[in-house]
Design a protein around this ligand. Structure first.
Ligand SMILES: Cc1cc2nc3c(=O)[nH]c(=O)nc-3n(C[C@H](O)[C@H](O)[C@H](O)COP(=O)(O)OP(=O)(O)OC[C@H]3O[C@@H](n4cnc5c(N)ncnc54)[C@H](O)[C@@H]3O)c2cc1C
Length: 500
């Protein structure tokens, strides 16, 4: 029996309001087992049946959320994941001192679906002290060290009037959001044709608003893309619209605006996977989909195959360039697969053997317009954790690291640090290099829209290809980040539940 539509939508609405999914989603909705009702087809004279109702490809938040929702509606679901771990871009480095988050870190108070899932699975959230953006920075601009307190009057400050109090690390978010044409509009307004006029390079948009070149140069330091000229202004306007939409309006009951999962955010995808009837299969890198007579055959790099009546595919869009589809994907969706790109970041993690900031008497954390962009002592999860530091490069400088081995990244970072901050020499011990595109399953941090791409692609990203339904943060329209992943998984699951 199919899930009752009204009940299911009530359940989703409940989850979106931060409530636990009601029992109506799990009762009276059992389907017959897949094998008993799958139509038989013939491939090379061999009768083929779907082994599952739905195969979910990718065990990141979007895929796992879709799997949970489908299972609650009685579908037989098998999750398969290319990596040997769950979580995708939620990845707590549990073996690294201080257990830093390598990717999805801050859970916003407005993340209704995610918070609901955390609560439902019995996990706890907390705020590590001194996290977020409240750490004091020492600025290194054009080779000059500048304390935050001296910035307002400093000759390198390119702003005028009251704006001179704005600190460089706030330039991008504050100036991009100023007079944001999306303000006061619904979260999906960025898709509307009336905003296509902002689908232009972000630096061009800022110049038209009178922002000067030096301010744009400093904003460019940490933009999550190949640079301001490569990012659509509407991409950035949407980003800050979503961020500001709820800030100040929604907070956790303790008054805070963001939290992390106690013990590490990776506990969430692990608990989500643990709640499924069928254990996810790891190490299953999908290389091809072939749909015939309503059954999709999924081929993996290790030679194994799965068959499902439906597929939910959460693979990052640019990684899909390496996956074959039969029938072929063509038209705008194919262009999007070939052209969409992800922001990059590389993180070099170090243990701090000696507090180098005590040697030179400067702030520990550096925000620079040089090749290292940001170097910071990490927030501790527990007071007893050792000091650890991270070089976090996510602006245009991050591109070159694609060509380096981990050792070369460490050598480069240490060399640049020693030039900029001699007190770090001998004070750091190498731990790990992390980047979300350093293996074949990752494309980078998160998708960004290049000038002209919102107009061209944004309304095609969610189209299914036969029985293959796409999800992943790149397909979200209201939320971004981890909550965007949840939103997209929910949409793909609903697509099957309501339309299949
Ligand atoms: C450095 C960094 C910091 C971030 N900080 C935040 C933050 O503070 N707050 C926030 O909300 N968001 C943050 N994000 C974004 C957030 O982590 C992501 O938006 C979200 O986790 C994406 O989930 P997803 O399911 O869409 O994709 P993914 O997590 O990437 O899931 C896709 C899965 O598919 C698998 N896969 C890929 N190719 C194949 C294949 N061929 N076969 C089988 N499986 C495959 C991958 O291994 C992966 O597990 C951050 C991301 C990064 C990188």
């Amino acid at each position: 029996m199919k899930t009752n539509r009204r009940k299911f939508i009530q359940g989703i609405a409940g989850a979106s309001a931060g409530l636990i999914l009601p029992a109506s989603c799990t009762t009276n909705s059992k389907k017959e087992s897949a094998s008993s009702e799958a139509p038989a087809i013939h491939i090379k004279n061999k009768p083929i049946k779907a082994s599952h109702d739905v195969i979910v490809v990718g065990a990141g938040l979007s895929g796992l959320h879709a799997a949970m929702l489908l299972e609650e509606s009685g579908y037989d679901v098998q999750v398969i994941e290319g990596r040997q771990r769950l979580g995708g871009r939620v990845y707590t480095l549990l073996d690294v001192p201080g257990k830093p988050e390598a990717a999805g870190e801050y859970i916003g108070a407005n993340y209704a679906r995610m918070i609901s899932t955390v609560n439902k699975l019995g996990l706890e959230m907390y705020n590590p002290e001194g996290g977020g953006n409240n750490r004091p920075w020492l600025y290194n601009i054009k080779g000059n060290y500048i304390d935050a307190k001296n910035w307002e009057s400093h000759k390198l400050n390119p702003l005028e009037g009251e704006d001179r109090t704005l600190l460089p690390h706030r330039f991008l978010s504050t100036i991009s959001h100023r007079d944001n044409p999306l303000s006061g509009k619904p979260l999906d307004a960025w898709l509307e044709p009336e905003f296509h006029k902002y689908d232009i390079p972000h630096d061009q948009y800022l110049r038209s608003k009178g922002v000067n070149e030096e301010t744009i140069r400093l904003m460019n330091v940490v933009i999550h893309s190949g640079g301001m000229h490569r990012t659509s202004a509407i991409n950035e306007l949407r980003r800050y619209h979503v961020m500001h939409f709820s800030s100040g309006k929604i907070s956790f009951p303790d008054g805070t605006n963001w939290k992390m999962v106690k013990g590490g955010n990776s506990l969430l995808p692990e608990a989500m996977a643990g709640s499924l009837k069928n254990e996810p299969h790891l190490g299953k890198t999908v290389v091809g989909f072939k749909e015939e007579n309503g059954i999709v055959q999924v081929s993996c790099a290790d030679g194994s195959e799965y068959r499902g009546k439906h597929i939910i595919c959460s693979i990052p869009i640019s990684v899909l360039r390496n996956v074959t589809f039969e029938p072929h994907i063509s038209g705008v969706t194919k262009e999007a697969i070939d052209q969409m790109d992800y922001g990059l970041s590389v993180q070099a993690h170090f243990l701090v053997k000696e507090p180098f900031w005590e040697k030179d008497g400067m702030e520990a954390n550096m925000w620079t317009d040089g090749p290292l962009e940001r170097f910071a002592v990490r927030t501790k999860r527990n007071k007893t954790d050792p000091d650890a530091a991270i070089a976090y490069i996510n602006g245009p400088e991050s591109n070159k690291f694609r060509l380096m081995t981990d050792d070369q990244v460490f050598n480069y970072v240490e060399m640049k640090l020693a030039e900029m901050r001699p007190s770090t020499k001998g004070a750091l011990e190498r731990l790990i290099i992390q980047s979300c595109e350093r293996d074949v399953h990752g494309a980078g941090d998160w998708v960004y829209w290049q000038p002209g791409q919102v107009k061209k692609f944004a309304n095609h990203m969610r189209n299914n290809h036969g029985n293959i339904h796409f999800c992943g943060e790149h397909t979200s329209i209201m939320e971004r980040g981890m909550e965007g992943a949840f939103e997209s998984g929910e949409r793909a699951a609903l697509d099957i539940i309501l339309n299949a």
